[in-house]
Design a protein around this ligand. Sequence first.
Ligand code: ADP
Ligand code: MG
Length: 578
Amino acid sequence: MVRHPGAPDPARRRSQPVRVRQDLDDVLRGLDGAPYGQYKRLTGLWQLDGGGLLRLVRGQADPFAPPARLAVRLAPETAALPAELLTTADRRRAVAAHLAATAARAAGDGPLRVDGGGQEVLDRSSCVVDPDGAVTLRMGAPLPGRGRRIDGPAARRLLCDQLPALLARLTGPALDPDELRRHAACVEDSVALRAMLEELGLVAFVADGAVLPRRSGVSDRPASGPEVVPFASPPELRTTVRLPHAGEVSGMGVPEGVTLVVGGGFHGKSTLLRALESGIWDHVPGDGRELVVARADTVKVRAEDGRRVARVDVHAFVDNLPTGADTTDFSTDNASGSTSQAASLCEAVETGARVLLIDEDTAATNLMIRDARMQALVAADREPLTPFVDLVGSLHRDHGVSTVLVMGGSGDYMEVADRVLLMDAYRPADVTTRARRLVADVPTGRTTEADRFPAVTHRVPVPDSLDPAVRGRPKVRARGADTLSYGEDDIDLRAVAQLADSRQVAGVGLALQELLRGGHLDGHRTLAEALDRLEEHDGLTTATLLAVRDEDFAVPRRHEVAAALNRLRSLRIAAPPA
Ligand code: ADP
Ligand code: MG
């Protein structure tokens, strides 16, 4: 395989001499006032005070260019992590996340820029803990300049004082081993809980006492105060599990099948659904959602008018368009609310989602429901859409895909729901029996419009169409949590709700490149096969994505990688075999 430019060359690294702290001091002293480009003399390995080994991964061309990139490796003896926290990947991820957050806090508003992560415990490039206990911390650092000349004293402060001071916060007496154990236990419990779901026939679990609401629309931290109502499971759905650390825990098990969440406006329906969306990730202690988990293959789907759709078979939902377009092979540069949601639903199933989450707040009404009066007024052959209400049951029966759906505005779903949950002042009640009675007593008069969700059609992406090169160089950059600049395109990710943060958007950018680089997308494999292969070859790990490019990122799921690919405007799909 061709090595990507910028990827570390292991052979070269091993042969590099390690220079001592005094050398770094001397070099920086000597560089004072030199042209900025001379910073390249920092290339190599430098032993820092306190035991870190510094490497300049990528320099900075001029004072206005993006910051230089540093990696510091702490040897196992220096990091001195408790041995039992190194034995599993989950424990190491929890420890690394805590170290990254600690480092980010220590860096504060200073020049060193460490990605500390948020409420989710993700694999991040900013801190990696190896099985042998070595810790690698990666960060950005703007190299100090006076105009276009090197500011030697400032550079010495940065690399010989501030950096070692930051590392001191991650080692020795500064680290509380019990705190580390708490983080590891928290992750281990939610991983264990998620792993139990399938055997229990559940798609999600919400522990009693969990705090679901967030502080505000712009803060992912837990809401606090007397008005917060902790979660309490309805007796009918109460499930008790035994976890490795927390012991016996009770909560609401959301069963497989079709679950309908109803209730008045502002009663906490969307908040519950958002907690399930985020339940694919583990959370830090104190988050409130530590024991709120959803199956790893849960995908939130919403309407998103304006998105592009590339050759998706949406005929289950859309047929007889006024344009006469073939909806088994449907493309558009500007989808409507309903067709965008139809495409996203089909793509999610294509990528392997086994649980779908839909909220009425963000769904296209005409794709969700059509009542008896509307059926009477608009003849079926004049209405291209088959509403989801007529397909959701078959999705589960025939394809094993469950749905959790928030719908407070229409009773039509009671007919097809296996469970009905009523949110009342933030407390869920199981009203399935009452809903069944209503279904018998108050018929909707609807005619069912479909009896079966058809088999998914897999698509084969054309590799060239994913090439992000602009004038020979890959141009890929996360712009906040909502946009990925990819080649000449900006991929709009606002509707991809389960992306944790902007660093995970960066991770998606790297994973898309790795699909090509690793030969996973080869013009013959379907998208789902290419994603399988990426995962089998450890492509969705920090190490592989770092080899694409050393930057701050969090490892994404296959579902978000696919969601980005599906929204790439340059994407082309090979013609289906005749
Ligand atoms: P719905 O979707 O039913 O209209 P939301 O989920 O949007 O309601 O919640 C409405 C408001 O109530 C939000 O401001 C949310 O933060 C708050 N909220 C949700 N759950 C709780 C809770 N358990 N305790 C206190 N406030 C909550
Ligand atoms: Mg809502």
